[in-house]
Every structure is written in structure tokens, then in C-alpha cells.
Design a protein around this ligand. Sequence first.
Ligand code: CP
Ligand code: NVA
Length: 316
Amino acid sequence: MSQMKGRDILTLAEFSREDIIKILDLADRFKKERKKFIYKKILSTKTLAMIFQKPSTRTRVSFDVAMNDLGGNSITLNSTEIQLSRGETIEDTARSFSRYVDVIMARMQNHNEVSVLAKYASIPVINGLSDIYHPTQVLADLQTIREKKGKLEGLKLAWIGDGNNVCNTLLIGCGRMGIDMQVASPPNYKPDRGAYELAKKASEKSMNNIEVIEDAKEAVKDADIVVTDTFISMGSDSQRTERLKTFLPEYQVNSDLMNRANKDAIFMHCLPSHRGEEVTDEVIDGTKSVVWDEAENRLHSQKALLSLLLLDEYSC
Ligand code: CP
Ligand code: NVA
């Protein structure tokens, strides 16, 4: 296990299995001892800048509260408010931010943009969702799975629907942590090839199975965790009609599909959900759904991530 301080997190593949366990253990501590850590103010003197090119509810609020709880500051910037929107380069934006703040979290349109930001910033850059990856979501997902199931290794996760940014990153997370993952998606909506390769590499040690198929009913068979996300990610709104036609009804997580998974299976969704599209009310509001714990865990896992990126490990 190596020092995490100063690292960028763009895909999740930056972290080894041991690194992820360390983040999850600290996240659990933050959750259990929330008041104690708020009192300790371990991130006082640290400032996070957040840049958003796309909307956000959970990422924005949880990062903001995480910094506040730990005594740090955060600055939230819509990309239209900064000179980036008037043609200043990402490189120069990165150089300037690096002189003011300690860490950047960016939600960019295009994965390449967050990579350039990370390359030219001398401080850690966290990808807060790009078109290909959403690593901070998957840290919270892994925390939630471990919390509910008591372990990660040996479980089976079924992803139903669009092979999107969250699916790509879950492939990497499951690969690292030894969770078998079966993705069921229509032919033109498979996970990203590069992400699949990263996941395969991540799974070399854990020996988990990663499979991409088309049949949603087959994927949920023996699954301990059933996960879906919107069929229409931010940036795909113009494809709404054709996407709904492709995904519905086969890829909707409803009670019938959920009941084909293991009896004690849990349902997860990164949110925001589109009720009646990728998931029905009865599933997302049902007893198997853990979506609100999953949303809460964004806060705890990001506190752990920020602390490990910003502090020497002995101080957290
Ligand atoms: N899950 C997630 O990233 O939510 P927001 O888009 O609301 O930040
Ligand atoms: N796949 C979704 C996730 C939102 C948190 C999107 O990119 O819009």
C-alpha cells in the first residue's frame, strides 16, 4: 500500500485493493464517529474548489458538507462563472487554481478535460463525474455494499441498462474488490472499451468474473446486488426518444426483475432516478432499496478520500 497524499483520482483504477479498503475503513469511522471528527477539524487550512460543467445535487452538497465538517473550506463554481467559459484554457485554469486551493473536484463534460486539468494542476484533482467515469460514486457504492453485506469479495453484482459512466467505474471497483459483475445492456449501449480493459486488469489479482451480456433476467440470476442508472445521462438528452424505445421494457428494474435476484438482494442507484423509466416506485421505495444510505455514504467516503489525499496518513 502506498501513500495516497497528492494523488489524482480520475477513474478509480489509481487505487489498489488495499487503498480502497483503507478509504472504506476510514469512511466507516467517519460515519460512526461523525461528531468526533467534526470536533477535530482535521482539514482546517485546506480549501477545495469545485468546478461544475453539469448540474449536481449529491456530489456538490456532499463535498461541501465534507469539507465543512472537517474544518476546511470549499468554493463551488459553475463553469459559466469563470474565465473557462470565455476561452481560458483548462491548462491555465489548472495552473491558477493550484496557487490558491489544495484540491480540485471537477465535473466536466468530457473525460479528456478532467485529465488535462489533472495533468496541469500541481494539486490533487478528483473527477466528480465525466462522460466515462464517476469514481467518487463507486467509493460510496462499495462502502454501502460492505455495510449491507458484511463483505465485498465473492458477491455478485448485476448492472441493468446503460453501460454508462457509473457502470464503467463499478466494473473497475468490482474488479479490484473481487465482486463478480454481470452487465446486461443492449448492443449499442455496452460499457466503454477502455474501462472494460481497466476492469479486466484490475481483476487480474482478485480473479473475479466480469461479463457483458444482453439478457437482464440472466444477469440478475444469483445476484446479491442489482444496480441501475438513468437511460439518459447528462449530455444524451437529445437521444431521449430512441433510448427509451431501446431500453424499455426489458431493462426496467421492477419487482418482477428484482424478485429473480437472490432473496436478500439489495437495490442500488446513484440517483437522480427517473421513476417509471429505469426503475419503478415499488423497487426504489421498497424494502430492498438502499439508495438513501448509498447517497449518504457519498459524504463519509469523500471525507475519507479528501483526508487521505490531503493529509499525511498518521494525521487521520
Ligand atoms: N449521484 C450523483 O452524482 O448525483 P448528483 O448528480 O446529484 O451529484
Ligand atoms: N449516468 C448519470 C449519472 C448521474 C449522477 C449521468 O452521467 O448523468
